[in-house]
Design a binder for this molecule. Structure first.
Ligand SMILES: [Zn+2]
Length: 206
């Protein structure tokens, strides 16, 4: 039994499955952040890579319920934050998961990732649950780009005022509609400069 428990909780690299770490140095080294400053309302947006390969596989595994992957994904986000050298202090907030998805999956995917991030809390304070999904917003899967835009207008609200530099953490950037909705809510709540960091992105957004 103990062997089984050890096996279940032994870290495995989310990139190559090697035992010992949640993200091995070799896989981390191959991540090349992609940044753009052409996204309206954001100072810059960066991803750890394009949507594909093991980043995509890890996200799919995570979203289908393998919660342990959050540790490796937290290292991907932390690595991207450090590589892009954004101004600090930088408050990290996450795109919220809809209530239906939380019920289905059992957890808020980005909130779990943020909980696992180990960065200096003075330079990178984390506000879990800062953004909330407003009632009546549908899940984005299966909607066209136009429908996504409409669905997400005013989709989020900030639970309290926020100031200074804020970085929105997202999983996959597709059309950018989610990030637009987050920016609207954060600006209304008082954020000064807004940045974005995601695990990966489609080629469409930049
Ligand atoms: Zn690896």
């Amino acid at each position: 039994m103990q062997r089984l428990i050890d096996l279940l909780f032994t870290p495995r690299c989310i990139g190559c499955s090697q035992i010992g770490q949640h993200l091995c140095q070799n896989c981390e080294r191959h991540l090349v952040p992609i940044s753009s400053n052409r996204f309206a309302g954001y100072e810059s947006i960066s991803t750890a890579g394009d949507y594909g390969g093991w980043l995509r596989d890890a996200l799919i595994g995570y979203k289908s319920g393998n919660k342990q992957i959050s540790n490796g994904l937290a290292l991907v986000i932390a690595g991207t934050l450090l590589a892009t050298r954004l101004p600090q202090p930088l408050t990290l907030v996450h795109i919220p998961t809809s209530r239906e998805k939380i019920a289905e999956r059992g957890f808020d995917s980005l909130q779990e990732i943020l909980k696992s991030i180990e960065l200096d809390p003075v330079r990178y304070p984390i506000k879990l649950g800062q953004l909330q999904v407003r009632a009546g917003v549908k899940d984005q899967v299966g909607l066209s780009a136009q429908e996504r835009k409409r669905n997400l207008l005013g989709a989020f609200q900030s639970v309290s005022q926020i100031s200074g530099n804020v970085c929105v953490i997202d999983d996959v950037i597709t059309t950018g509609a989610t990030l637009n909705a987050a920016r609207t809510a954060l600006k209304l709540a008082g954020a000064q400069r807004i940045f974005g960091v995601a695990i990966c992105g489609s080629k469409q957004w930049r």
